[in-house]
Design a protein around this ligand. Structure first.
Ligand SMILES: Cc1cc2nc3c(=O)[nH]c(=O)nc-3n(C[C@H](O)[C@H](O)[C@H](O)COP(=O)(O)O)c2cc1C
Length: 192
């Protein structure tokens, strides 16, 4: 149906020694076996972005803008920092505007008792302002630290796998629909 979905998976943490790598690696292992998604990993730790918004163009910003623009759909992998999400993720999101529009965003989160869901709920508000569509279904890891073996595999993978399959199915539905809709009528041309 309508070719591969260009799916950008975005790291939420840039912290040294971040647990985010483990969660991202798991998500990638769930997605990479599927032929209907082409995956791009976007890591704010590797982008040479300007330190202040609007100060100047940079190769890193141009690269980020191009890759967000190319994507049909996003998965944001976020931890919870003080009941919100990391500042580095906000800076990355705010660095680009139009390329987020009329595209779906899903979340994989992790943390203590809330499994990162308080961060996710805040991100829904942010992406609404960017005219992006957030997907109800998410994957949430409560206290994930002891839940992986030394090779990074989940010890009890069934429930997260099922949740990820639902997330991907719904994300794909929106990605195909919105990609077709953007072709018929470019979203940026709609009168405010
Ligand atoms: C600044 C900071 C604030 C945190 N606040 C929360 C919090 O509000 N809720 C929570 O569940 N975990 C919180 N944690 C714990 C994180 O969930 C945990 O450190 C996690 O591994 C962070 O993800 P990362 O290692 O990928 O950066 C916080 C961690 C940091 C560094």
């Amino acid at each position: 149906m309508d070719g591969k979905i260009n799916l950008a998976l975005i790291y939420g943490s840039t912290r040294e020694g971040r647990f985010c790598d483990r969660i991202v690696n798991w998500a990638v292992s769930e997605i990479s076996g599927r032929s209907d998604f082409a995956l791009d990993l976007i890591d704010p730790a590797t982008f040479d972005l300007p330190t202040q918004h609007g100060r100047k163009e940079s190769a890193g910003l141009a690269d980020l803008t191009r890759r967000i623009g190319k994507a049909d759909a996003f998965i944001v992998v976020t931890p919870e920092y003080n009941h919100g999400y990391p500042a580095a993720l906000k800076f990355l999101i705010d660095s680009v505007s139009g390329p987020w529009q009329a595209k779906p965003v899903a979340f994989v989160s992790y943390g203590g008792i809330s499994g990162g869901l308080r961060a996710v709920e805040q991100l829904r508000q942010v992406f609404a302002e960017l005219h992006a569509v957030t997907i109800r279904d998410s994957v949430s890891f409560v206290d994930p630290w002891g839940k992986f073996d030394t090779d990074g595999r989940l010890l009890d993978p069934d429930a997260p796998r099922k949740a990820m399959a639902t997330l991907l199915a719904r994300l794909r539905w929106w990605a195909v629909g919105l990609r077709n809709a953007r072709k018929v009528a470019p979203y940026g041309e709609i009168a405010a």
